[in-house]
Design a protein around this ligand. Structure first.
Ligand SMILES: C[S@@+](CC[C@H](N)C(=O)[O-])C[C@H]1O[C@@H](n2cnc3c(N)ncnc32)[C@H](O)[C@@H]1O
Length: 257
């Protein structure tokens, strides 16, 4: 399953805003070791480095395509090809940051405590994850993949919603940290272009399904999904499409020395 750096940047402003909202809630003054998990093409990693210029900032991602673009655009930062589930750095972090990546991993009940263990005293885990899995854009995709026509080829790709509700993260993390800032925001996104929600999901939720298909199946599945989306998210007379999108944020701070 490959990522497409160019397509992911189609809606840069909408995708960047939650990262900036997360960044604005981190109160660290001078972290010296920062990790950006699931850094993608590194545009947010570069913002971390710009804010904390003295820090060693390492972007970590399992996609060669994304990291290649990151290294090309930001050659002065450190990039590491690795799996988040196996994250065990030599140096403990002062900040572990992850924007729009941890929802690709299952088992958050063990993943989150394991990430906290990779922080030094007073360290911060800052995470943003999409939480839109029951929205029509995602639910209709799963329904289509489970329909009689597609279930044999695509049914195995359906995962239970990877992101839990906000209370669940509070219960999991509050006993482990000194301070927990946790919130949800629904961004009322105004997208431009024809079938804009299809274009949005093409670089994220739809990607694993198209990657699993071959030949004519790719365009047939995409067209069936496109038709559903056009009804669920009609284009307005002014050319825009309204796409509400929920995201969950966590800033968890360990006790100091
Ligand atoms: C939606 S992009 C977000 C990129 C970046 N954080 C940003 O805000 O622009 C998700 C990234 O997470 C990476 N990713 C997903 N699952 C991963 C895993 N298990 N280990 C490492 N990286 C992963 C993908 O390769 C992709 O680059």
């Amino acid at each position: 399953m490959s990522w497409n750096p160019d397509h992911y940047h189609l809606y840069t402003d909408h995708r960047l805003r939650p990262a900036l909202d997360l960044l604005s809630q981190i109160n660290l003054v001078a972290p010296s070791v920062i990790y950006d998990l699931g850094c993608g093409t590194g545009n947010v990693t570069a913002l971390l480095s710009r804010r904390w210029g003295e820090a060693t900032v390492t972007g970590i991602d399992s996609s060669e395509e994304m990291l290649r673009k990151a290294a090309q655009d930001h050659p002065s930062l450190e990039w590491k090809l690795a799996e988040i589930s196996e994250f065990a750095p030599d140096s403990k972090g002062n900040l572990i940051f992850s924007n729009a990546a941890l929802h690709w991993l299952d088992g958050h009940e063990t993943l989150f405590p394991a990430l906290l263990e990779q922080l030094g005293a007073g360290g911060v885990l800052a995470v943003q994850m999409p939480n839109n899995f029951t929205a029509p854009s995602h639910q209709t995709l799963y329904d289509l993949a489970q329909s009689d026509e597609w279930v044999e080829k695509l049914g195995a790709l359906i995962r239970p919603a990877p992101v839990h509700n906000i209370n669940w993260y509070y219960d999991l993390l509050s006993p482990l940290v000194a301070h927990l800032n946790i919130w949800e925001t629904t961004y009322f996104q105004v997208l431009q272009g024809k079938n804009a929600v299809l274009e949005w999901t093409r670089s994220t939720a739809l990607r694993p399904f198209l990657s699993a298909l071959e030949g004519d199946d790719v365009s047939r599945f995409e067209q069936a999904y496109a038709d559903i989306l056009m009804e669920a998210y009609p284009q307005r007379e002014d050319g825009s499409t309204l796409y509400p999108f929920s995201r969950l944020f966590i800033v968890a701070e360990l006790p100091g020395d």
